[in-house]
Design a protein around this ligand. Structure first.
Ligand code: SR1
Length: 326
């Protein structure tokens, strides 16, 4: 029987073929997210196939169609828009293939959508920025429209700017490409030339880790040590930068990207089991700043020893899922 009509027995869940259809898979956030997805699928006895779409939404739609036509047992979506995904998701629902999405604006009954506490991530990092610059100064915003998590972060940014009239946005830019960090680096270089004096720019708010990386490289290359970056996300590479006392990136807010992947898979398996899952699942972010971190280098796997609430989330687990892992 299929999952929607007759709940599967736990032993029926072994050997499932799972598709992960991604809008983009470049950058360390995506790499650590995929590793979380893969490890959780394999722990549950399944096999994962990743469909990369090179940041091309029409390619993402055809990848989703391909996953439905190839009769995968379950489909995970990463980013994408409702417009690009809805037709394929409806085909999957009709074919009784469960779907769990991360970071899309999809609203299809029966499809669970995961998101991070995006507004909170923005509030936490902007709050620290404001504190560090004494509540006034000129800031650069690195952000891009059109992605569900970005639109949510923007709500918090707007509220923050409204509440801080002495903080002025003097430049705003951002793009996602197949070479995001490098593109951001050259855009940031141009801004630094436009505002060449110490004090022209008080801080940078970077709403994605690839943005923070590009901005950090530009600031370091220009020797503008006075400008600090407040970012979002945390991969191993990001953590290394934040721990480096010479790096402008000083704080971030994030959910462990591997946890996001693992939790998404658990909800998909709940659906394969015939369980009803919530339409929306929100993952709680944590704030990480250089002053909380030890002097010796740590990885995201070890970070929970230093930052409360980091990683190792049990979200999405059920007793039978834990048994299936064994
Ligand atoms: C372009 S969207 C990039 C964001 O997606 C995930 O939500 C990560 O947090 C990243 O910042």
């Amino acid at each position: 029987g299929n999952a929607a009509e007759a709940p599967a027995k736990e032993h029926d869940l072994a050997g499932k073929r799972i598709a992960l259809v991604m809008q983009f898979n470049t950058g360390t956030f995506s790499a650590q997210y995929v590793s979380g997805v893969k490890s959780q699928v394999e722990k549950l006895g399944g096999q994962l196939q990743v469909f990369a779409s090179d940041n091309d939404l029409s390619k993402m739609s055809s990848n989703l169609d391909a996953a439905v036509n190839q009769k995968f047992d379950g489909i995970l979506l990463d980013h994408g828009t409702a417009q690009a995904l809805e037709p394929g998701v409806k085909k999957a629902v009709d074919a009784k293939i469960p779907v769990v999405s991360f970071d899309s604006d999809l609203k299809v009954p029966g499809v669970t959508v995961l998101e991070q506490g995006d507004q909170k991530m923005a509030e936490l990092t902007l709050g620290k920025l404001a504190e560090d610059i004494g509540g006034k100064g000129n800031i650069v915003k690195i952000w891009v429209a059109g992605f569900a998590p970005m639109e949510r972060r923007q709500l918090a940014y707007k509220a923050f700017m409204d509440a801080h009239p002495d903080i002025k946005e003097i430049a705003a830019f951002g793009t996602v490409s197949n070479n995001t960090a490098l593109d951001i680096q050259s855009q940031m270089e141009a801004i630094l030339k436009q505002y060449p004096k110490k004090g022209d720019i008080s801080a940078v708010w970077a709403s994605y880790d690839e943005f923070a990386k590009g901005a950090a490289r530009a600031i370091q290359a220009a020797g503008r040590d006075e400008i600090k970056i407040y970012g979002i996300d945390l991969s191993d590479e990001d953590l290394k930068m934040i721990q480096d006392s010479k790096n402008p990136w000083v704080a971030s807010a994030a959910v462990d990207p591997a946890d996001i992947g693992r939790i998404q898979v658990r909800y998909l398996y709940q659906k394969l089991h015939g369980d009803t899952t919530d339409d929306k699942v929100v993952l709680e972010p944590v704030f990480v700043s250089r002053d909380q971190l030890p002097a010796e280098p740590v990885t995201t796997d070890q970070l929970s020893q230093h930052v409360k609430g980091w990683g190792g989330s049990e979200q999405g687990y059920t007793d039978w899922l834990k048994e299936l892992e064994n």
